[in-house]
Design a protein around this ligand. Sequence first.
Ligand code: GLU
Length: 345
Amino acid sequence: MKLRQQTLCAVHRLVVKVGTGILTSDGSRLSTAKIEPLVQQLATLRAQKKQVILVSSGAIAAGMAVLGLKQRPKKLEQLQACAAIGQGKLMAAYDALFEKHGLNVAQVLLTHDDLRSRQRHLNARKTLLQLLDDGVIPIINENDTVAVDEIKFGDNDRLSALVATLVDADLLVILSHVEGLWDGEKKRIPIVPNITREIESLAGGTDRATSVGGMKSKIEAAKIVTRAGIPLVIADGERADVLAAIFAAEDVGTLFLPKSTRLESRKRWIAFFQKASGTITVDDGAKHALCDGSKSLLAKGVVRIEGNVVPGDVVSICGPDGVEFARGLTRDGDVIVHRDDLVIL
Ligand code: GLU
């Protein structure tokens, strides 16, 4: 319990992600009865002077209701159309409910690509921080008209991790219809100090008709934030006053502890926001030098380069076992990746 207290007491800025499942009644229409208590909880956090960013799905479900669809459409463009129809409804619902608490909201639609370009990345960050300064609650969703990453996989889990990383949040909370990560006997794991292979193997997808992602995408999100130095709680969004319970350090959900101290903004950008344009396999000696001695990667340690890598590209760096252990920005010359541009994962 002490560990929870220590991790949660200093949280000032948090990102809360809510999945479609906990915003809808039958998975295909928004439920005010479900959204209202969530808004109430977020308003309470604001009253405690915490800065809150909401990452919310639910646009597709809202759009499905408008079109009278009971089943989630199969075609991506149909899902995208539903999201475009439903996004306004989703925001209208939040706007009306937050207004009752005297709070303003702002719609922010993002894609992974937006956050990849350094300039757009910084623009998005600046806008979000300004909104928080203005006391407004930013409500973020994927811009589903131009991107389908989260529709295909993740239901915004990954997006919420990127947003938490972008704004340097102190905590990410993912609220879902599961009480946390289960062990092999379907018992909740209260705290995960390290995301080991065993932990990863506990994560399955989803069998829900209206949701995508399941625990798999939540673990992906956990890997991003914990490496960035941000803790994550996955908890049951339908439990009454779940956010208050989390902040009271009660034994709810699964808390993933940060792997290390905070990673500085540029290194976060290299590690999590870029697509690797290739893979560099290094020998054992180079791997140890990079991991232990914070050295740069020199040409002599490189075994193989795969992909079309040009200087300035981000690459995935693997050991002789083929497992990625670092990411870095490449340079020209003998120093392939300088240690200032290297992130050990
Ligand atoms: N952006 C989507 C939404 O708001 C994500 C959720 C989904 O794929 O169902 O509905």
